[in-house]
Design a protein around this ligand. Structure first.
Ligand code: FES
Length: 161
């Protein structure tokens, strides 16, 4: 039986991690260009959308791809996908093969908020962009789950649409 160690590992000291990550990126050469081009250090939210699943269960593949294409296009149009001088943060998006809820899709989850949405059609994507991403308001009609801490601390009732 393996017993977890509680001794701090000097190699995993999070306090020194920011500097270490910069060194690591520099050592990786071409990767540092990709990291800068994507604005990875400016990502404040990451959206996962179940789309184009190998076994589409929550919604048909065509509908999920419509939502995915809409999400990509709108993030680009609104320039939310890259940092701007007046808004130095950005939103990352990833197409997920399955988010394991497998009904009432497309399913979406937004981190670090941990807010899950169902039935994310292109119309709902637009509502989530306008309300959740731009105004920090949860689109309650399509919510599957909101962590208690988010509910209490970040999205109080007055901010819920
Ligand atoms: S297939 Fe969409 S959540 Fe599983």
């Amino acid at each position: 039986m393996v017993t977890p160690s509680h001794d701090p590992d000097p190699n995993n000291d999070l306090a020194s991690f920011p500097d270490a990550s910069v060194d690591l990126v520099d050592e990786l050469g071409g990767m540092s260009i990709a990291v800068k081009a994507l604005g990875i250090d400016c990502i404040t939210r990451h959206i996962f959308l179940c789309a184009d699943a190998s076994k589409p269960k929550c919604v048909d593949r065509e509908s999920s791809l419509k939502s995915w294409d809409y999400l990509k296009r709108r993030l680009q149009e609104l320039q939310l996908d890259r940092p701007q001088s007046e808004r130095p943060n950005c939103v990352f998006r990833t197409k997920a093969n399955c988010l394991r809820l497998c009904q009432n899709g497309p399913i979406m989850v937004i981190y670090p908020d941990g807010v899950w949405y169902h039935s994310v059609s292109p119309t709902v994507v637009e509502e989530i962009i306008q309300q959740h991403l731009l105004c920090n308001k949860i689109v309650s009609r399509y919510v599957l789950h909101v962590p208690t801490t988010v509910w209490q601390n970040e999205f109080d009732d007055s901010r819920i649409k």
